[in-house]
Write a protein that binds this ligand. Structure first.
Ligand SMILES: Cc1ncc(COP(=O)(O)O)c(C=O)c1O
Length: 401
């Protein structure tokens, strides 16, 4: 049986054996597209959600050295002390905010940190605000635990910026937290400090939490400084900040992330972490220590390469009939929209079948963006050029009104 059908049957199953909460998880659009693409030859992927550059040698060697030195056991539950200390120093320096190792929990990628942060607080009667489109984990994890979600739509015409007033207007008496992700997957949008300041000030005033997923915090273009929630909050009482090595150092498969919060919150989350994954991967935590202490050449070279690709992709999208783009300032995604009423899923499926270019349908990331597709430029400039040599003539033949 082809993979795509297997996936479909598993996720569609109404089998009473399964916890009904699993139904809040949508069929993963990314998996569906990538599995379908695997059945075709000569596919160009603009679908990839992880860096295509190899991890730096010093980082890989640190993991190998740790393995050879017998670092194959569990670490402390909060993480390898050397990594916790290194992260505390790194963040204190980066945002001029004193943090200690007790403010940090090392997790199995940012994914575990997102899971812990959301499922430890989502509960019936609690309301959450999430931008739309957004990384597909947030709303299902909240809903799985009985929480209620209001999604705030953003638009390509406005570079997918979040209007802080719209967020504040959506706050209800039972609002528990606001989830932010800047730079955003799938839009690449970076929220300016003013947006964060406005939201955080209101949240502190009303005792609402902010859960900020900052995994793309080093993928910021045009020489801009990254506005982190850590640079805008007055204390850590109401915030949880999540990040990982996955995107910054091409370490996605090494699975090391972390969560920053108040010491009291970290104590609670450590217990939950013990009941979830126990500890993160030990040799790769040593690789993380090396990443933080190594030089910045890797990150700078990566930024130069992604900037070239981003600039070319923006030009190509501008030349493509029916696509409305914008200039994303971070991450490695662009989320152009199609004319109102055109179904992005049909377009993505037809693009794959008829041109062999794999993109991700907008509806994977929320309900307000059925007429969008996500393009990833975590692939070579040559592949981006080749993809648009197929996409542009195909779009010219369409009649989307
Ligand atoms: C916004 C966002 N958060 C979290 C993650 C997960 O990162 P990790 O590989 O560290 O688990 C991703 C991965 O694509 C992401 O795009």
């Amino acid at each position: 049986m082809p993979l795509s059908n297997m996936d479909f049957e598993f996720y569609e199953s109404e089998d009473p054996v399964w916890n009904p909460a699993l139904r809040t998880m949508p069929i993963p659009g990314i998996r569906k597209m990538v599995n379908m693409a695997a059945l075709q030859s000569d596919v160009i992927h603009l679908s990839i959600g992880q860096p295509d550059l190899p991890a730096p040698d010093n980082v890989v060697n640190a993991a190998i050295d740790a393995l050879k030195a017998g670092q194959t056991g569990y670490t402390m539950d909060a993480g390898l002390p050397e990594l916790l200390e290194s992260l505390a120093l790194y963040y204190s320096d980066r945002y001029q905010r004193p943090l200690t190792a007790e403010n940090i929990l090392v997790t199995t990628g940012a994914t575990e940190a997102v899971y812990l942060a959301l499922t430890s607080v989502a509960a019936p009667g609690r309301h959450f605000i999430v931008p739309d489109p957004a990384f597909m984990l947030y709303s299902p994890l909240i809903r799985m635990n009985g929480g209620e979600v209001t999604e705030i739509p953003t638009r390509a015409e406005n570079n997918h910026q979040l209007d802080p007033q719209e967020v504040i207007d959506a706050i209800e008496p039972h609002t528990y937290a606001i989830v932010l992700n800047s730079p955003s997957n799938p839009t690449g949008t970076v929220y300016p400090k003013e947006t964060l300041d406005a939201i955080l000030e209101e949240c502190a005033y009303r005792d609402i939490h902010v859960i900020s997923d900052e995994v793309y915090d080093h993928l910021i273009y045009d020489g801009k400084e990254y506005p982190s929630v850590l640079g805008s909050c007055s204390d850590l009482d109401n915030v949880m900040v999540i990040s990982s090595f996955s995107k910054t150092y091409s370490m996605a498969g090494m699975r090391i992330g972390w969560l920053i919060a108040s010491q009291a919150a970290i104590k609670k989350l450590r217990r939950y972490h013990m009941f979830t994954t126990t500890v993160a991967n030990t040799p790769c935590q040593w690789a993380g220590v090396e990443a933080l202490h190594g030089h910045n050449t890797f990150v700078n070279d990566m930024l130069a390469e992604y900037t070239r690709r981003r600039d070319r992709l923006v030009e190509l999208v501008e030349q493509t009939p029916y696509l409305t783009g914008y200039k994303p300032e971070g991450a490695f995604y662009l989320f152009p929209s199609l004319p109102e009423g055109v179904n992005g899923t049909n377009v993505a499926l037809r693009l794959l079948k008829e041109t062999g270019v794999c993109t991700i349908p907008g509806e994977t990331f929320g309900s307000s963006c059925n007429n969008a597709i996500r393009l990833s430029y975590s692939t070579s400039l040559e592949n981006i050029e080749r993809a648009f040599e197929r996409i542009i003539p195909w779009m010219k033949k369409q009649d989307f009104g």
